[in-house]
Design a protein around this ligand. Sequence first.
Ligand SMILES: Cc1cc2nc3c(=O)[nH]c(=O)nc-3n(C[C@H](O)[C@H](O)[C@H](O)COP(=O)(O)OP(=O)(O)OC[C@H]3O[C@@H](n4cnc5c(N)ncnc54)[C@H](O)[C@@H]3O)c2cc1C
Length: 345
Amino acid sequence: MNNYRLVERARLDRRNTFGVAATAPLLVEVPDSNDLPELFAYPMLRDGPVLVLGGGSNLLFAGDPEGAVVSLSGQQIAITADDGERARVRADAGVEWHALVLWTLGHGLAGLENLALIPGTVGAAPIQNIGAYGVEVREHIEAVEAFERATGAVRRLSAEDCAFAYRDSLFKREPERYVVTAVEFSLSREPALRLDYSGIGDELLAMGIRAPRPSQVAEAVCRIRRRKLPDPALVGNAGSFFKNPIVPQGQAQALKDAHPMLPMFGGNDDASRKLSAAWLIDQCGWKGHRDGDAGVAASHALVLVNHGHATGAQLLELARRIAGSVRERFGVTLEPEPRIIGARW
Ligand SMILES: Cc1cc2nc3c(=O)[nH]c(=O)nc-3n(C[C@H](O)[C@H](O)[C@H](O)COP(=O)(O)OP(=O)(O)OC[C@H]3O[C@@H](n4cnc5c(N)ncnc54)[C@H](O)[C@@H]3O)c2cc1C
């Protein structure tokens, strides 16, 4: 017996962290991913566009989704292998990401501590290879289980199969192909802490901690994030709206010569460099800017915010103007990080 739930003309306003209005023609809640083959036999899901929705913290509804919206709500977390040094943890797509981080730390498993407090679900974590404070989730992914729409089969993809890159993966490039049903992580009982990034070490010292445990690193990350990022429960946002642009080394050097303060990091390889999108946007004067209820956070130039009743289309329009001004002033193209639904970038 299946136990999924269908809702026609479902409002999605509370299912996206921008808090913008959107309506799905059909919303399907799926507690058990074993029901996916049966569900995807319905013509609307088999043949039409389908949006898989997690916590809605990395998308912008610039219009309504055209087809069905599927939300997975399975909540299982289990250790699937353990040799005393490393363990594998398998979590359903519907588990809240931060709850998984706390679960692993509570079981003495290190690796995900720098990724604490990222909003959203486990199923979405591999989609853009979530990353924060010097760590990307791909470093700890053993396999991704995914329902393949074309074949109706559940596949187990290795980290290599997922073709992870900076805020990118096979799933982000081909959004209609798979529904991620679970993720298996490989974690260690021997912590290899990464404290050199964005003030984690200083935060730990301020907490009076000199020899931190992984759970204390997670706590330091949470404190920094709470200070720096607007809370979507208070003001709608989707975290960073733009990826840091990766440009050829020659262009990066010319920009650095012209703007010595421009922050720059390693790129994909020796021939490229990653630039700080926040710095570029800030230089164009956008921090704290407001067009009605669509704005840029005063504390962070990368974060677009909904001050109340902005529509997704208004936020998209603001994002385009920001990208246009950065292109004009620096010759650098910004790409949005969230997925835009109902309009083209
Ligand atoms: C305040 C704030 C801070 C943030 N900080 C960070 C950060 O530090 N690092 C970072 O990387 N991100 C960050 N984000 C972005 C976001 O939290 C992550 O990208 C998160 O993984 C999105 O999860 P979600 O469940 O909300 O996905 P959704 O927004 O629901 O979906 C995002 C994309 O993933 C797809 N998707 C979701 N679930 C599945 C599934 N099961 N199968 C197939 N496709 C799926 C959707 O179709 C969509 O394309 C932040 C967001 C906010 C609001």
